[in-house]
Design a protein around this ligand. Structure first.
Ligand SMILES: [Zn+2]
Ligand SMILES: [Zn+2]
Length: 290
């Protein structure tokens, strides 16, 4: 009897909420209003939950998580999305220096657009949602295994950091840290020079190039290195090498998007720390000044 009454009250309450439009949200991507599915708030601790809460059904369908069809060592997506996870040609010869790699999706489409809005438009709303996505992805990954000791965001060089005012990667990393209960230590890895296309050379040839990163204080630490986009993996490899040679016991890598040579609009992917055109920088500044 009591249960029946509670259910009736519950139904009535949700009808009132619906009639008043209280449940209505705006999609973070297209800004159109939509009504989140029942339970989307409660399910926010899952990747699907975050998508349901912040994206309208049409945009949600465009935010595709890549679950199979990539190289398990470097994350390089294969041509077919539903292909099994197999080592790519590069990793058959030599695996990257990190242990695990995790990413949400292939760099392209709506995911690319949101990342560009964060990078060049300074959109904190997009950084917030992407941060939540990466955080749930990481929490999921470490649910059954040992957690990292520290989270290290991919550093920007000093000049660029000052110019842009804030590091959007750090904004994304904040959520990862909060949800995992692992501290962020952006002082452990510093960029000392630009990463050049030459870094794409194999490891032996690279030995002659000066390390673009400098790390300290990581002795014995398990580091989770976080970036927004992994393009060729060269920058992340260099950063991982630096952390390991400074004594880190293990380095894992987490990014939102992984570039694919098969994705048509994935070309020219540049992560937070890579160069941007001056016009786009200014667009970002103007937006934040509003
Ligand atoms: Zn939408
Ligand atoms: Zn690979």
């Amino acid at each position: 009897m009591e249960e029946g009454t509670a259910a009736t009250v519950g139904r009535f309450a949700s009808r009132v909420v619906r009639l008043l439009g209280l449940r209505e949200r705006r999609c973070v991507a297209c800004r159109e209003p939509f009504e989140p599915e029942d339970g989307a708030d409660r399910a926010e601790s899952s990747v699907d939950g975050v998508l349901q809460r912040f994206f309208c059904p049409a945009c949600r369908a465009k935010m595709k998580r890549r679950m199979t069809g990539f190289c398990p060592y470097c994350g390089e997506p294969s041509l077919l999305e539903d292909a099994p996870c197999m080592p790519c040609e590069r990793c058959l010869v030599r695996t990257p220096p990190w242990n695990d790699v995790m990413f949400f999706g292939v760099y392209g489409g709506l995911l690319r657009e949101l990342l560009l809005r964060v990078k060049f438009g300074g959109s904190l709303a997009c950084a917030d949602v992407l941060g939540r996505l990466l955080a749930t992805l990481c929490v999921e990954h470490y649910e059954v295994t040992v957690k990292p000791d520290v989270i290290v965001p991919m550093p920007l060089d000093r000049g660029r950091l000052r110019e842009r005012g804030f590091n959007q990667c750090r904004e994304i990393v904040r959520h990862v840290s909060k949800d995992m209960g692992v501290p962020v230590r952006s002082d452990l890895l510093v960029k000392v020079r630009q990463v050049t296309p030459q870094e794409l050379l194999n490891r032996e040839q690279r030995q002659n190039l000066k390390q673009p990163f400098h790390s300290t204080g990581v002795d014995g630490l398990f580091v989770l290195l976080v970036d927004d986009v992994c393009t060729t993996g060269a920058t992340l490899e260099r950063a991982t090498e630096s952390l390991l040679s400074a004594g880190a016991s293990r380095v894992d890598v987490a990014v939102l998007a992984r570039s694919s040579r098969f994705e048509k609009d994935g070309a020219g992917a540049a992560s937070c720390h890579e160069a941007a055109s001056p016009a786009m920088h200014n667009a970002g500044k103007a937006r934040r000044a509003e």
